[in-house]
Ligand binder design. Structure first.
Ligand code: ADP
Ligand code: MG
Length: 217
């Protein structure tokens, strides 16, 4: 059993959007997955309740209760917990980070978000947890060229030395319309958004889960 925390010190970065998409991606790939909603705003719970078909198991929780949830999930034979975290307070976010096998730091390609991401990356480093940066809400590429904002964010983020997921998630109405029904972009038919989510799963989450399965075999 593995735990992935989705974090960002800034509200609106896309933690909930990515946590839900990763949890549903795991479900679609046949894994026993829990979406642990550790944010008192309960956005991911609201979205998953709209879902009409089987999907990730939803647990409304808090960072301080994560350890107990992990123990129960281990006993139940679950494969993965995805934790949707709040943006603050710092202690709560750190508690979730400290209990995770991987921390996905969601960053919008903007100056303020990059500065906030550096703090999340530092927190993961101090707690000895591997992290990966996921760029979300990038402006759409024009004529095959990504935005200047993305280029400068990538340049700044490279200095952190933390791996950056090569799959960039762009700003797309599809992510919002799918989640309004508790669904993932991947479930709405072939699209560029679906491909992005599949690529984030393959780069960021799949290696961790596969390593855990190999260990168990
Ligand atoms: N890639 C994206 N494309 C379009 N809208 C997005 C994307 N990521 C997030 N959003 C929207 O931005 C808002 C904040 O996203 P959310 O996932 O709730 O962020 P957080 O959980 O970090 O506060 C929501 O309205 C969400 O639908
Ligand atoms: Mg959220």
């Amino acid at each position: 059993m593995r735990t992935i925390a989705v974090v960002a010190r800034k509200g609106g970065s896309g933690k909930t959007t990515l946590a839900l998409h990763m949890a549903i991606a795991a479900h679609l790939r046949g894994l026993k997955v829990i979406l642990a909603d550790a944010d008192a705003q309960r956005s991911s719970s609201e979205a998953l309740r709209k879902r009409k078909v089987p999907g990730p198991k939803l647990v409304e929780t808090a960072s301080r209760k994560l350890f107990t949830l992990q123990e129960a999930s281990r006993r139940a034979g679950d494969d993965l917990i995805i934790v949707d975290t709040p943006c603050c307070p710092d202690e709560e976010v750190s508690e979730a980070i400290g209990l995770s096998d991987l921390v996905l730091v969601v960053v919008r390609p903007s100056f303020f978000d990059v500065a906030a991401a550096v703090r999340s990356i530092d927190a993961a480093r101090q707690l000895g947890r591997p992290a990966q940066i996921i760029i979300n809400q990038a402006f759409s590429a024009r004529f095959g060229k990504e935005s200047a904002a993305l280029d400068s964010a990538l340049e700044a983020l490279r200095f952190t030395g933390t791996p950056i997921c090569p799959a960039i998630v762009h700003s797309r109405a599809l992510f919002q319309s799918a989640l309004a029904m508790g669904m993932s972009a991947e479930e709405m038919g072939p699209s560029a958004g679906a491909e992005e989510i599949a690529a984030v799963w393959a780069n960021a989450a799949a290696p961790l889960v596969e390593a855990a399965q190999l260990k168990r075999a």
